[in-house]
Design a protein around this ligand. Structure first.
Ligand SMILES: [Zn+2]
Length: 296
């Protein structure tokens, strides 16, 4: 079965991860712009980061047979540095209009400050102007209130809920997200956020409609194989193949495909050619034989 992992920070992962993901059936990943573990101090490093995820990271994924897409945005933590946030807002439209950008994101609340709200609202307007879907990061502290407030604000900005994915949903927030018509994404972490057995219970209780599974793998303790592992567990727990396919592939494709930037044909015809270069560089090291395959 093919899988899509619609929330990954591959810039923090290794080529071993890409190989393992492709071997497990992952055909496409989405990399939302986010905080990198420490605060950026100026817009130049932001510009380089966005160029990196849209450029070399996309190339690197392709070298292992995985299609790579991005969400572009100013994250909530760095929205609290107003001088930086102002500068970043100026460069976002340029990056958000590039090939392979499927949404504005991940944006939303962290500590739920006034500055976070200001830049959240400005980026919702940007998504509307650019006609892009949105990926929402819901806060880990005070999640229920943060998620409700995020959805209220999205509605105030007249975005259609079916074009917005609310991420890091859990048992506390799933009902409201579904009832209000948004996509509900679940980050399956080894120890926190959401686990695969809990995800089974949620699919059983709420059905597969609007639900999306992702790994949110990054530089912290996380698992880039969360999506295929969860799919196997769901199947073992007698969830139908069709429902497993919806939550680990089809729903993400429908949600982010609304950008017009992500189509099944992208990976149906993809080839691996490790002789390829990005800005003069390959993923190979001296003496290695390049992998060349006609298609997946
Ligand atoms: Zn993330």
């Amino acid at each position: 079965m093919p899988y899509i992992d619609p929330h990954t920070h591959m810039i923090s992962r290794t080529t071993d991860d890409y190989e393992a993901m492709a071997a497990a059936g992952i055909v496409a990943v989405i990399e939302p712009a986010f905080w990198i573990g420490q605060a950026r101090t100026n817009v130049g490093s932001y510009r380089d980061y966005l160029s990196h995820i849209l450029g070399f990271e996309r190339f690197r994924a392709s070298q292992f047979g995985i299609q790579h897409y991005c969400c572009i945005g100013l994250n909530s933590k760095e929205a609290n540095n107003e001088a930086l946030a102002e500068d970043v807002m100026q460069i976002l439209p340029e990056f958000a209009s590039k090939e392979g950008v499927v949404a504005i994101g991940e944006i939303g609340f962290d500590e739920q400050t006034a500055l976070e709200e200001k830049y959240f609202r400005l980026q919702l307007d940007l998504a509307r102007e650019m006609d892009l879907p949105v990926m929402i990061h819901t806060p880990h502290r005070d999640k229920k209130r943060g998620a409700s407030r995020s959805m209220d604000i999205i509605m105030e900005h007249r975005l259609a809920p079916q074009r917005v994915v609310i991420d890091h949903v859990n048992e506390e927030t799933v009902r409201e997200v579904k009832e209000r018509g948004f996509w509900a994404a679940f980050s399956i972490y080894p120890h926190s956020k959401m686990t695969a057995p809990r995800m089974c219970e949620i699919v059983r209780q709420y059905g597969a409609g609007q639900l999306i599974v992702d790994s949110a793998c990054d530089w912290g303790i996380s698992d880039p194989l969360s999506v295929p592992k969860t799919a196997m567990l769901l199947a073992e727990q007698s969830i139908s193949d069709n429902d497993v396919h919806r939550v680990t592939y089809a729903n993400a494709l429908t949600a982010y495909g609304q950008s017009g930037q992500m189509r099944e044909a992208d990976w149906a015809t993809a080839a691996i050619d490790q002789r390829a270069r990005y800005d003069g560089n390959t993923v190979l090291r001296g003496g290695q034989d390049p992998r060349v395959e006609a298609d997946n």
